[in-house]
Design a protein around this ligand. Structure first.
Ligand SMILES: [Zn+2]
Length: 112
């Protein structure tokens, strides 16, 4: 039985996120069209918790992380450990985080 996964997509323009179900065997798109504005809504994976719409600082942080290849994927710097690094709470912490874990950054989503 294929297991459907709930993937979170977010539009940074609208500051809106929504979920879609995918069977990972079929693959999962890096981006979808935002139902609100028709712009790109990016795949933030299974672990994303969207900030409140009016929490501009938090969305700024999300956008910063995204631009640097962090889309809320699990980061496990310790070998043979399932412990993952918590994502930063603030934009200032995000800047440090990006620097510290740049080896774990994902490649940018290409425009298709
Ligand atoms: Zn949008």
């Amino acid at each position: 039985m294929p297991t459907p996964y709930n993937m979170a997509f977010a539009c940074l323009g609208c500051r809106k996120s929504f979920k879609r179900e995918f069977d990972l065997a079929d693959g999962c798109p890096g981006q979808l069209v935002c139902p609100e504005c028709g712009g790109p809504a990016y795949n933030f994976g299974r672990h994303f918790k969207a900030p409140r719409k009016n929490d501009l600082k938090q969305w700024e942080k999300v956008a910063y992380l995204f631009e640097h290849g962090f889309r809320f994927q699990k980061i496990r710097p310790t070998r043979d450990s399932l412990e993952s690094v918590p994502y930063p709470d603030t934009l200032a912490a995000a800047k440090e985080f990006v620097e510290t874990y740049k080896a774990y950054a994902l490649k940018p989503i290409s425009d298709e």
